[in-house]
Design a protein around this ligand. Structure first.
Ligand code: MN
Length: 231
């Protein structure tokens, strides 16, 4: 087959303990999944259900790489999140069967142009400009369920230049992993290669060029990225 223009690059995440790579199909994110973060944002009713949005697949940045400081923001923030990797397609999956569809887990950062996100919310506009942009989805190496089991508890944290910023536990998620996978699969067909960022705890803050971020989830490989110059 001859393509009319350059073929887009395949986006992959390395799988720990193997020589294989996980090919990324779609990136979903959960909003509002930790109570303390809803409270610090002060923008929604605490009883509002969490919801889903997407980032472009080529927004992935791997551990050890640089995230350029994006244009059109003066408030570029991190959100450390547990990432679920889907290994088996499914539609309308029950909570009881949801974990059968999980391939593994990683540490992710939902990078956010917070000023643009707030502005979109205030004006009732879609928030792609604040959430779904180039290099907005750093993702650490995946660990397989066979290796690490299913993550239902454990510490989740991020530091900036060695200073602790977010520090919580994933059992504080309002929706747990089976609930997220099941609910998402009722709205979209899940397929191999899908990643789901599961929401962030409290403690989000701005970062600046030169900052080094280290995201951790107990049992997983650290995700370390550097914020680059303004692009
Ligand atoms: Mn988030």
């Amino acid at each position: 087959m001859h393509y009319a223009v350059q073929l887009p690059e395949v986006v992959v995440v390395p799988v720990d303990g193997s020589d294989t790579f996980f090919p990324v199909r779609r990136i979903y994110c959960v909003g509002r999944n930790y109570l303390e973060h809803i409270r610090e944002m002060k923008e929604s009713d605490e009883r509002d259900p969490p919801f889903f949005f997407q980032k472009p697949r080529d927004a992935i940045v791997l551990s050890g790489q640089t995230v350029p400081y994006p244009p059109q923001t003066e408030d570029f923030q991190f959100e450390v999140e547990l990432v679920i990797a889907i290994g088996k397609a499914g539609r309308s999956v029950s909570q009881e069967r949801a974990l059968d569809h999980v391939f593994g887990y990683a540490v992710g950062l939902d990078m956010t142009r917070r000023d643009r996100q707030r502005e979109s919310g205030k004006n009732g506009l879609p928030w792609e400009i604040g959430k779904s942009f180039d290099a907005s989805a750093p993702c650490g190496n995946l660990r397989t369920v066979a290796e690490v089991g299913h993550l239902q508890s454990g510490r989740i944290a991020v530091s900036v230049n060695g200073q602790s910023k977010q520090d919580s536990v994933i059992e504080k998620m309002i929706w747990n992993v089976p609930e997220i996978v099941s609910k998402l699969s009722h709205a979209y067909d899940l397929a191999e290669g899908d990643l789901i960022y599961t929401g962030t705890p409290a403690g989000v803050a701005p970062v600046f060029p030169g900052d080094v971020l280290r995201g951790t989830v107990q049992g997983l490989s650290n995700l370390e990225i550097t914020i680059g110059a303004r692009s």
